[in-house]
Design a protein around this ligand. Sequence first.
Ligand code: SME
Length: 179
Amino acid sequence: MSIAKKNHADYSDFNEFTSRDDTFDMLLMSYESLCEGQRDWVCNLSNAASLLWHAYKSLNVEVNWAGFYIVRDCKPTELLLGPFQGKVACQSIPFGQGVCGAAAETQMTQVVSDVGKFSGHIACDGDTKSEIVVPIISEDGKTTGVIDLDCGDFNGFGESDKIYLERLAQLITKTCDFN
Ligand code: SME
């Protein structure tokens, strides 16, 4: 479903929504609207990172990083830093390493309530306490990237985040051409 806003920046305004469900419904609709006529992954994931950042901020979740790691054809078992909002982060992560690498390798969403208890967690920012990583899977079953969100509080993410972010990952597969 698509929605029209007056200016592009208006899509970043989630202040009228108070519940996670309403906020995420709007995020998914906004993402789809912004992708109309545009299939380039850099362009679409840049706006998606901004939507995620502003949506979580509006819910008062202490998100300190929101973005993407992407698989490039030349290195099919490595995640490379993609569009994001937040502080500078590590550039590449091999499949199987860290929370991102675990999601990429297993193709399973990783919800980590305390990163200190996740063996092999890669601490890009020492302030991060919890994290969620959702794999983006192509129509032919390959990992094309991950959605990564970090939070400055423990237990930042739960089941509803997993459900909505997995829907976002499916939309990304449907709307973006990679490589
Ligand atoms: N913590 C991640 C690394 C990426 S940063 O959080 C942006 C991990 O363990 O894979």
